[in-house]
Design a protein around this ligand. Sequence first.
Ligand code: UDP
Ligand code: UDP
Length: 461
Amino acid sequence: MSDSSSAPHIALLPSSGMGHLTPFLRLAASLVSNCNCHVTLITIQPTVSLSESQLISNFCSSFPQITPKQFQLLPFDPSTAHSQDPFFLHMESIRRSAHLLSPVLSSPASPPLNTLIIDITLTSAFLPVTSNLNISSYILFTSSAKMLSLCVYFTKILESSTESNEYFEIPGTSPLPISSVPPVLFDLSSLFTCHFIENGSKLVESNGILINTLESLESETLAALNDGKVVDGLPPVISIGPLVPCEFEKSSVSSPLRWLDNEQRGSVVYVSFGSRTAMGRAQIRELAVGLVESECRFLWVVKDKKVDREEEEGLEIILGNELMQKVKEKGLVLKEWVDQEGILSHSSVGGFVSHCGWNSVTEAALYGVPILAWPQHGDQRINAGVVEENELGLWVKSWGWGDGQVLVKGEEIGKKIKELMNDGRLKLKAAHVKDIAKKAIEVDGTSKNGFSKFINSCNKL
Ligand code: UDP
Ligand code: UDP
């Protein structure tokens, strides 16, 4: 794209959790490999999960030309932050250490550093660092454009007295059902909500927002954000997705691909709720019943704990021997990290039961795998709405959030999986989404052009 003598030097600051680290490292890989940029990666040790530290280590060995810089955090007492979530507590700890980043980045570099890309969750704490260093600041938004519109408009919603009880009206975008708004946002004292409000209102101070989505999936929302309809003065929102999975993500992870090699084309449903969602045990048992009753072959990744280091018991303890035997006869069940890209791109996989973490949605789009959306928390119902609108999948809204209030029975799960796997129209629609996703990242595609626009603007600053 550009020769290395004119390419900018860009530093990246990811946040806590695989859902944030993964798109950052894919972006870093692309900046180095496709755009010839000089890249500094700020790494925070220790990480919350084992998967994060393994991924950073694989990344650094695959890209020796990238400069890793360790960022030491201040000691922090979690009891002062009113949250039980280890990932949010870690984000808080990173945010509180923001003033320590300037010395890390101010050492002379050749070429000199000119841009810092900050994760959305760290925005308000780290923007002052970029103005002190006199470098430009870009934000990487790791979720959907629809979620971004909520993030930038949320304070206006709080100030307004005219909101309906059913929808949030965000100018220029389709009405957002209140039932899809992350429940945590109704608790104004929660750590997540405090960060959300601060980050959303500071976005106007950045030079631009990079987003892991693609124009044709969210054109209306992206236009509303870029035309100043949502808020005035927002910097350019540049779509660069789907960020493509890379080779370095594959090493030292389990891969059930050989098992998939022996299954029929499009016959297997892949079931996973991402890197940090532990389903309740009663719901795990119902899901097992549903998978057995679906009469489909399945590849099921089970998580019993939010943080991988804490996983202890085998699945037998949760399901009991009898159900476990039935599960093993009909499919493959794993309780470990898997190569999701390898699975979604495998020809035997014909459907994906997903929590709709945004990375998973973009990966399903890239490989054209229809989704049965089962959002559990956070931005996932908003993302499921994008899936449904684009006919990339089905979504049973009555299944609720994964907060234990609704126990979805196995029989219903089995029926819906059967429907997903036998819906020919949905397969065609998903194949169409795959086409548009591939086009977006090809030469002259909207996301490829997004990358050029970003690099050019870094060079001008
Ligand atoms: N992932 C994976 N193997 C696993 C679980 C997750 O490769 O066993 C990857 C998945 O492909 C995605 C990321 O981890 O890139 C999870 O991000 P997502 O936004 O889908 O969900 P989150 O984990 O943040 O809820
Ligand atoms: N988010 C946001 N503003 C913030 C913090 C988070 O818009 O200030 C978005 C972010 O894009 C993230 C989503 O909210 O993807 C859900 O955040 P969470 O950390 O719960 O989920 P994760 O991405 O780790 O699965």
